[in-house]
Design a protein around this ligand. Structure first.
Ligand SMILES: Cc1cc2nc3c(=O)[nH]c(=O)nc-3n(C[C@H](O)[C@H](O)[C@H](O)COP(=O)(O)O)c2cc1C
Length: 164
């Protein structure tokens, strides 16, 4: 069974999440391709799709939004999962309105997405002026909130659903 893991990432941390998902799917016997959303063309050649994007200013990256639009027909006929990646900082101060690109997720759900999760993101001072300011205001231990066990476990759930 062939799975496409497509992602949009500006500074690489979402790309690493997508790679971890693809690696877990492969370990569970699936044939997973991990590609940038802008490069992933032949969606119809896959048996299932996972689409993920970094969230900036409450929005998915354009490439992931375009992917959703461009491939809506194929996606509505395939098992399909969605993740966002974004929140950094103290989890006690998380704000769902900041993490959830509501309209985009509603679109994905309308196309039949089986699940949508928000994974913690990473903020690094090297990623531009805004990121530098945000990183400086973020305690070091909350600058990379990606939880690899959580990510792997979500991917394992996808593999189990596809096997069933
Ligand atoms: C200017 C800027 C705006 C951001 N806006 C959001 C946001 O609206 N919601 C959110 O959850 N995270 C936001 N973040 C955090 C990023 O989503 C996080 O750093 C993510 O891991 C970046 O992914 P990437 O490395 O794949 O680009 C923002 C970060 C920056 C630098």
């Amino acid at each position: 069974m062939a799975v496409l893991v497509a992602y949009a990432s500006k500074h690489g941390s979402t790309a690493e999440i997508a790679e971890a998902i693809a690696a877990e799917l492969r370990e569970r016997g699936l044939d997973a391709d991990c590609l940038e959303a802008a490069e992933a063309g032949d969606v119809g050649a896959y048996d299932a799709v996972v689409l993920g994007s970094a969230v900036y200013m409450k929005r998915w990256q354009g490439d992931a939004r375009h992917f959703l639009r461009r491939h809506s027909k194929e996606l509505s006929g395939l098992p399909f999962w969605v993740f966002s990646s974004g929140p950094t900082g103290d989890p006690a101060e998380d704000d769902a309105a900041w993490e959830e690109p509501k309209r985009t997720i509603a679109k994905a759900e309308k196309l039949g997405a089986r699940d949508h999760v928000v994974f913690g993101g990473r903020i690094s001072p090297e990623s531009g002026r805004m990121a530098k300011a945000m990183a400086e205001n973020t305690p070091e231990e909350f600058r990379d909130r990606r939880d690899w066990a959580e990510i792997r476990s979500w991917a394992a759930g996808i593999a189990a659903e596809l096997a069933g």
